[in-house]
Design a protein around this ligand. Structure first.
Ligand SMILES: [Zn+2]
Length: 387
């Protein structure tokens, strides 16, 4: 296993700026930092569209942590960085109604306005709440919507299709799930096991809660783009918006708060299993190597709890290394993708991430292994397509 977490590469590609934390009296210091949670913990179910946990990750950083769900309807984490003058929000989630609740919570935490919204990448579950922030803080000046130039390009290309799909396709999908539940049979006609029935009930509950919330989705695209790095002063706190290369998407952005040693990673890091549709597996590892060199004690992933150590990053790198190495060997001599898929085995690494949970194993297969192998195959042949 080739894991690259040496700090030897602490390089000149990033010059950290000072970002003094506020006085202890102005913002409470968080309680003792929990370790990264084990892979088998799962919160009691509430519809994704109705649930998040507010966590103070550091003196200046608050995270609305989206809960893990047994449904494909997910929302990304949303992070607020509170400066002396204003607030930056990183990603606005999947649901405008939830974003409105987050705005209300933010107003209880601080009187400072949100002036900047950073979108870490173009996927709907990170951007659909943008309009809420535009409208909520319009009276204090126009909110800046910042993203990497490729995120803007991909949002303009794919965003309208995303909005239309979520408005129109989820209701029939949920109806088909209900039909399946009432039939009580698995897809191959067997009796439905209890766990599968419970998973199906969760999917239906998530879908039913979400459908009305997508009716008022309005796509707000970036008003400002960057290429490699952008420094955003928030008053007493200069925050760095970084593009460390292509990984989860072409336009991945991360946000680094030097004074608090917090790095918000977007979906370059997704817990408990990574998301690889449209990804760049080989380049992703290079991005993770750069993350390893950043002086951060707290990582806010795109999905999943705040992380206080690098254990999950090491697992993620190992997983990508396994895909890259196995596909490179299997794809030699012009073997087709279908044959390559048969020999790729993520084995113990996959089981470590899923904790043996069959639902998570399915998510790992569908959202990581299948797309990652396909994209790595394209990388190996130099035929990688756009997202
Ligand atoms: Zn996401």
């Amino acid at each position: 296993m080739n894991v690259r977490w040496s700090l030897a590469g602490l390089a000149a590609w990033v010059v950290f700026l000072s970002c003094a934390p506020p006085s202890a009296s102005s913002v409470p210091v968080p309680a003792a930092a929990p370790a990264t949670p084990p892979a088998t913990v799962m919160a009691p179910h509430r519809p994704t569209a109705d649930a998040y946990d507010l966590v103070q990750a550091s003196p200046r950083v608050y995270v609305f942590v989206a809960r893990e769900t047994r449904s494909p309807i997910v929302s990304g984490n949303s992070t607020a960085i509170v400066g002396d003058d204003s607030v930056m929000v990183v990603d606005t989630g999947q649901f405008p109604a939830l974003a409105r609740r987050m705005v209300a919570e933010l107003r209880r935490l601080t009187s400072k306005p949100v002036r900047v919204v950073v979108t870490t990448h173009w996927h709907n579950d990170h951007v659909f709440g943008n309009a809420v922030y535009r409208d909520a803080f319009a009276s204090t000046g126009a909110v800046r919507f910042v993203a990497h130039e490729d995120t803007k390009r991909l949002l303009l290309k794919n965003g309208p299709k995303q909005v239309a799909a979520y408005r129109t396709k989820i209701a029939p999908f949920v109806a088909s799930l209900k039909e399946q539940l009432s039939g009580g049979k698995t897809e191959d006609g067997g009796a439905m096991p209890d766990q599968e029935r419970r998973d199906l009930e969760e999917k239906i509950a998530d879908g039913e809660a979400a459908i009305p919330l997508w009716k008022d989705v309005e796509l707000v695209t970036p008003t400002e783009t960057f290429k490699d790095e952008l420094v955003v002063p928030l008053g007493g706190c200069d925050v760095k918006v970084l593009h460390l290369g292509r990984g989860n998407t072409a336009g991945d952005a991360m946000v680094y708060v030097p004074g608090d040693k917090v790095l918000v990673t977007g979906d370059v890091v997704v817990w408990p299993t990574p998301f690889a549709i449209g990804s760049y597996p080989r380049e992703w590892r290079a991005v993770l190597a750069k993350v390893a060199a950043i002086d951060a004690v707290t990582l806010v992933p795109g999905h999943g709890p705040v992380q206080r150590d690098r254990a999950y990053l090491r697992d993620l790198d190992a997983l990508l290394a396994a895909v890259d190495a196995q596909v490179a060997v299997a794809a030699k001599d012009g073997r087709p993708l279908a044959d390559v898929r048969k020999v790729v085995d993520l084995g113990p690494l996959g089981r470590k991430l899923t904790g043996g949970d069959p639902y998570r194993a399915g998510v790992l297969h569908d959202y990581f292994e299948v797309p990652a192998v396909g994209r790595a195959f394209e990388e190996a042949h130099g035929t990688l397509s756009d997202e």
